[in-house]
Design a protein around this ligand. Structure first.
Ligand code: FMN
Length: 219
């Protein structure tokens, strides 16, 4: 799987075709989700044939024609908001590789229409719209290396990590993370306050590790 290409090609898609997810595609996705659920103590679920999106509001946040979503929840251990981003983004990139389109959705959906419910001791974080897009979305405005990195004298792998981070989705495209190189394989990332900023950190860590091509010691 060429992850970097997938990151370049992935954009949030907000208009969907009514075509259901092909059976073998859904099975591959479900298998991948169950592996990640086990590894990261999550209870993420693909739900098909249910439109939970609030499409009465026009403009930002509106998801049209989407009949499927990924319900993102996990063990409520104080770190689940970040893990939701980290694990969810792996699923988003895997789905992109399967020819599907996605959009993370923190608001603008009707919780009462959601049929799935997570196990006790777990916490619901948000949903991801998923299906075949009417289009592939458009490239969002991004930031520069210096805007998101405090360190300048850095190894090549760190630069590659940041390049991948700059392709990350983030709530209201806030991209509020700040990265810092601490020597060896150690990297620190913090964020200013904002909606779903902690989930954004998890998403960015997923991209950074893939871009850097190594295991990072997160400080
Ligand atoms: C945690 C999170 C929550 C989001 N919530 C919404 C949402 O409620 N509605 C929406 O239309 N887009 C939502 N987005 C998508 C962002 O607006 C989008 O990722 C950002 O504008 C960058 O665009 P891109 O994903 O095409 O790169 C969310 C993204 C993230 C990461």
């Amino acid at each position: 799987m060429d992850y970097l290409k997938l990151m370049e090609e992935r954009h949030s898609v907000r208009k969907y075709l009514s075509k259901p997810i092909e059976k073998d595609v859904a099975e591959k996705l479900e298998l991948y989700i169950s592996e990640l659920n086990e590894k990261y103590e999550m209870s993420i679920r693909l739900v098909q044939g249910e439109d939970v999106f609030d499409n009465l509001i026009l403009g930002y946040g509106m998801i049209k024609g989407c009949n499927n979503y990924i319900y993102v929840s996990g063990k409520d251990d104080g770190n689940v908001d970040e893990r939701a981003g980290y694990v969810g983004e792996h699923i988003v990139l895997f789905a992109q590789d399967l020819g599907l389109n996605t959009c993370w959705v923190g608001g603008f959906f009707k919780k009462k229409r959601v049929s799935y419910s997570h196990p006790e001791g777990h916490k619901f974080v948000l949903v991801i719209a998923i299906g075949y897009g009417e289009n592939q979305g458009v490239k969002a405005k991004t930031k520069s290396f210096d805007e998101v990195s405090k360190s300048n004298e850095v190894p090549e792998w760190y630069r590659k990590g940041i390049d991948a981070v700059l392709l990350s989705p983030s709530a209201v495209n806030q991209k509020k993370w700040k990265f810092e190189y601490l020597g060896d394989n150690k990297v620190k990332v913090t964020t200013a306050k904002g909606p779903f900023a902690i989930t954004d950190i998890g998403i960015a860590k997923c991209h950074f590790e893939i871009g850097a091509g190594r295991d990072i010691i997160w400080e």
